[in-house]
Write a protein that binds this ligand. Structure first.
Ligand code: HEM
Length: 489
């Protein structure tokens, strides 16, 4: 018996060594190919500190200083072409004047999903792999159904908040990020079902070690567990939906929309369960981070609390105390505050990531060589003084259209606007299709919190907590608690 166990352990070690050797060799080949990649002529590398830092140092600095490096390159090139070096690849930033022609470039030239796979370690996490059904269904089925989808989501927000926020009879410390993540997860679950994925731990290992570490690190084990759980819960629901016929009253939820929108192999239950998980990944931590940022902003700038509350009261009073898609759209102060907060606290510092698969010739003859990963420095652009006056200053209501503006005044961007200067959601055919749902969901969560609780930082804190960033991703500090106290209405 002991011998059999030893033999199994030895076999396991041999397999790991073979896997390590193969992945090491593959990485060497990949690196060699990378070296052969043709660079865009004349585009400087950012983050080299005028030659004081080597390219290798700059690549590793990217993990913690990507935002700074992107802003530096944007300023130095005046919004031109430049490379931001990273440990896995050097990304080519492109000027916004090319976005219009690139936004609908065919996938076989500018591949969106390949850039996603690369960013989220999709080879191991599966993020970005076979991701074709849900972007289409969110855009074509979920978005037109929001008026029906939102009221149950509002109800779920209230149930979730009652479950996760303590009674707060007196000032009570509440962990902001985890509380909001639970509320958003439950509210989004009303729309889809699902749980979360986390690739970050894997990124901390060198590329050659990832094929092995995927089997070792707890987050990846949790990911495989989430997939199994998703299948366990969603497959029986799908089995029921398969029995529904056209004449039956079909539920207005994402599972149904995915099932109806799927063709051929995409109708397989396991694939649909996986797709629900993909939507959870796209929808939960992303949307939960926004109200967390907003609460940190409100505690740091409490003068915004009263005007936001008054606006919510007015809208609710005119709608029997309930929100609708139309009434939520009237929360213009909240919308502007959210947009301003996002300008300082984006989810990612770069969007419009694409892998250029074939040489791409642009209207002025400029050619982006195949093999480059391109993107736009969305955060640097949002903070460019020619895009946003006095960008250092947080002005929560700067995005509200003045009441006396005449019809010819160009309208200001709203939270969900995408255009070449407002790129937090990406741009073009792959811009976030869930942003309309996220926008309404976040407004309902914020309205619930603002109407029911007073808030302030814990004793001793006056400044807003600094964000935590890793490579291109940026998140609110999850260790912070704020004090909440139930309002007596
Ligand atoms: C505040 C919350 C959210 C933020 C900040 C956000 C941000 C983004 C960004 C930056 C992209 C990539 C665009 C690019 O780089 O070009 C994206 C894509 C996407 N997002 Fe969101 N997202 C949020 C919420 C959601 C929600 C709630 C859903 C689903 C209901 C969703 C579904 C998607 C999908 C399906 C894509 C891929 C679109 C495509 O491939 O065509 N997102 N999102």
């Amino acid at each position: 018996m002991r011998q059999a166990v030893l033999r199994t352990a030895q076999e396991h070690h041999v397999k790991l060594i073979i896997a390590a050797t193969v992945s090491f060799l593959l990485t060497v080949v990949a690196r060699f190919q990378k070296k052969k990649r043709r660079l865009f002529p004349g585009a400087p590398f950012t983050g080299l500190d005028n030659g004081a830092r080597s390219l290798v140092e700059a690549r590793s600095r990217y993990q913690t200083h990507a935002a700074e490096m992107l802003i530096e390159g944007y300023k130095k090139t005046n919004g031109g072409f430049y490379y931001v070096p990273g440990p896995d690849c050097d990304r080519l930033m492109i000027p916004t004047k090319y976005l219009h022609e690139l936004k609908n470039a065919p996938e076989d030239r500018a591949d969106f999903l390949r850039s996603f796979v690369e960013m989220f370690e999709g080879e191991y996490t599966t993020i970005g792999k076979r991701w074709h059904l849900h972007p289409r269904v969110v855009k074509n089925q979920l978005n037109p159904s929001l008026a029906v989808v939102l009221p149950p989501v509002e109800e779920e927000i209230q149930i979730a908040a009652a479950r996760v926020i303590p009674p707060c009879e007196d000032w009570t410390p509440v962990p902001v990020v985890s509380t909001l993540t639970q509320i958003i997860a439950q509210a989004s679950g009303r729309m889809i079902g699902g749980t979360q994925l986390s690739p970050q731990r894997l990124k901390q290992y060198p590329v050659w070690a990832r094929p092995i570490m995927q089997w070792v690190i707890p987050e990846m084990k949790a990911l495989r567990h989430h997939m199994a759980v998703a299948r366990k819960f969603i497959n029986p629901i799908l089995a029921e939906r398969e029995q529904l016929v056209e004449s039956d009253k079909k539920p207005t939820d994402l599972i149904q929309m995915l099932y109806d929108g799927a063709r051929g192999r995409d109708r397989e239950r396991n694939f649909l369960a996986y797709t629900c998980l993909a939507v959870s990944f796209a929808a939960i931590h992303t949307s939960a981070s926004v109200p967390a940022h907003l609460i940190y902003d409100l505690c740091a700038l409490p003068e915004y609390i009263q005007p936001l509350r008054e606006e919510i009261e007015e809208i609710l009073a005119a709608n029997n105390g309930k929100f609708t898609k139309a009434s939520l759209s009237k929360l213009v102060k909240m919308d502007s505050f959210m947009k301003e907060s996002q300008r300082f606290n984006p989810l990612v510092f770069m969007t419009f990531g694409r892998v250029v698969s074939k040489d791409l010739q642009l209207h002025d003859g400029v050619v982006i060589p195949a093999g480059n990963i391109i993107g736009v420095p969305s955060h640097a652009i949002a903070n460019d003084p020619s895009v946003c006056k006095d960008p250092e200053h947080f002005d929560g209501f700067r995005w509200i259209m003045p009441e006396d503006s005449n019809p010819d005044t160009p309208s200001l961007p709203s939270f969900v606007t995408t255009n070449p200067h407002n790129l937090a959601w990406g741009y073009g055919k792959h811009a976030c299709s869930g942003r309309f749902f996220a926008n309404f969901e976040i407004k309902m969560v914020m309205a619930h919190i603002l109407m029911n609780y007073d808030m302030k930082f814990e004793e001793g804190r006056v400044e807003r907590p600094k964000n935590i960033s890793f490579e291109l991703q940026n998140a609110p500090d999850p260790s912070i608690k704020v004090l909440l106290k139930r309002r007596i209405l």
